[in-house]
Design a protein around this ligand. Structure first.
Ligand SMILES: N[C@@H](CCC(=O)N[C@@H](CS)C(=O)NCC(=O)O)C(=O)O
Length: 216
């Protein structure tokens, strides 16, 4: 069988999406930790794989792929057998919709919040930026909550790759020092995701190594 190699440190939220998807579909893969404290993104070899010098990168045979959502979609299409991304256009569309929304809207707030609260050293915390990012995150979570009060998972009742790309936020959002409003739909979804071994294994990971590391 053609080898699958996943490049990127386990503490990266974007790497976690790819790793979670690979674990869900049960394909064997070689995980090489690079980036952050591991370094290795400035080599010629890595630059040839991803000119952005960011993780994750996935290799499968002759294919080398970067951008976490494209990787997750490839894993779903290649190995998922319809489990993470069904075949029909109308079934796929809401999954793609929530995934694009995560990329363009949800992530903007929650990742900014994580950078402000965890990755920026406390003496450089910007209170205005923190409250703006928190407000943006809560506004997005309320949109998700309204949906999740109607469906068991983000796009439909069934688990899909949209749950992966958005769900990697949950461990961090619930362990950072922030006050979130009551979001019963999101809370029930979080409980459902916690029952998936791949979520526990790939997402519920300490991010202590990132504290105060605003450089990369
Ligand atoms: N849009 C890209 C963003 C990738 C990205 O920002 N990766 C970060 C980690 S989450 C990275 O490689 N940072 C440099 C490092 O870890 O050293 C994706 O979704 O894959």
């Amino acid at each position: 069988m053609t080898t699958v190699t996943l490049w990127g440190r386990a503490s990266s939220a974007n790497l976690q999406k790819a790793r979670w998807a690979l674990e869900e579909v049960g394909v064997a893969f070689d995980h090489r930790e690079v980036g952050g404290r591991f370094g290795g993104l400035d080599t010629q070899q890595f630059g040839a794989m991803n000119p952005n010098r960011l993780v994750p990168v996935l290799q499968h045979g002759d294919l080398t792929l970067w951008e976490s959502h494209a990787i997750v979609r490839y894993v779903a299409a290649q190995f998922g057998g319809g489990a993470l991304w069904p075949e029909g256009p109308a079934d796929r569309a809401p999954i793609d919709q929530w995934t694009d929304w995560t990329a363009t809207t949800f992530q903007k707030g929650w990742i900014a919040l994580f950078w402000q609260l965890v990755r920026t050293p406390p003496d450089r915390h910007d209170k205005a930026a923190i409250s703006a990012a928190l407000a943006e995150t809560i506004a997005a979570l309320r949109i998700m909550d309204a949906q999740l009060q109607q469906t068991d998972h983000l796009a439909t009742d069934a688990f899909s790759y949209a749950d992966i790309v958005a769900g990697v936020s949950l461990y961090r959002l619930t362990t950072m020092d922030i006050d979130l409003p009551d979001l019963p739909g999101v809370a029930a979804w979080h409980e459902r995701l916690k029952s998936r071994p791949a979520f526990e294994k790939t997402v519920c990971i300490s991010y202590d190594e990132l504290r105060g590391r605003s450089a990369h």
